[in-house]
Design a protein around this ligand. Sequence first.
Ligand SMILES: O=C(O)CCC(=O)C(=O)O
Ligand SMILES: [Fe+2]
Length: 272
Amino acid sequence: MYLFETALAASALLAGTLAFLAGRRIRLYRSLSRHQDEIRNAVHASGTSTVALDLPEHPLPSFSEAIAVVPNVLRPDRLAVMAEEIEKLNTTERSYVPTHKKGGTVAYETLCQAAPEVVAFYLSPQLHTLLSNVIGATVVPTPIHDQSSCSVLFYERPGDHIGWHYDHNFYKGRHFTVLLPIVNRDARGDGLSAARLMARIGSEERTIPTPPNQMVIFEGARVQHKATPIAEGERRIVLSMTFATDPRNSVLQGAARRIKDTAFFGIRALWT
Ligand SMILES: O=C(O)CCC(=O)C(=O)O
Ligand SMILES: [Fe+2]
């Protein structure tokens, strides 16, 4: 009898805790989507979204290998504004997935609160048009509760890297990863870090240069990739964004996405 009552009390406590956590997340996402709307409206009103990109005169790169590079994509003054915002973020969550990833990550929800210019860029129609034109299909941002939708990766300690992986697709449509290197420098400060973005394309392993402001667009579920370690005194900061042709997901896809996010953003991702 005593055992039964204890089990009952424990279940009630667990249910209550889960309901409390779920309620808190719901309120957080309501407030974040208000933030998102404010960011979108502010950008619209100031007109910055129409001038952020510095698009090349020459034709857009081909996407026939499911990967493409667009150099000097942002106007230098816009890149500087974003870099300044990113440098002020001091809440990086360091993640260590044995042998897979070592580095810091700032999640979308933090960026929504602390980096409005970065989020405005992620949400800007000008960026979506560029990506859709390169990819050859209309893409839109992935949802606010997906912590990887727009995040900043910090490689700051010797050995920080990310091993071979695919960016799994948790959406109904096709899913694309877009990287914008913000900082990439060696210890002396006058060259690039030792880190290399490598991609497996067919039977070939290719190195994709990632100097600041050179955007890399790829279909992460099809192109396996990694970033090799930085060395002592080096620094590499990458804005990592995801887009989809149809950003809806099934219950199963949602659950799989949450489990994957815990590797980067910790256990709280389970409640996103
Ligand atoms: O840092 C890099 O170049 C790779 C990042 C990456 O694989 C990702 O954001 O999915
Ligand atoms: Fe990736």
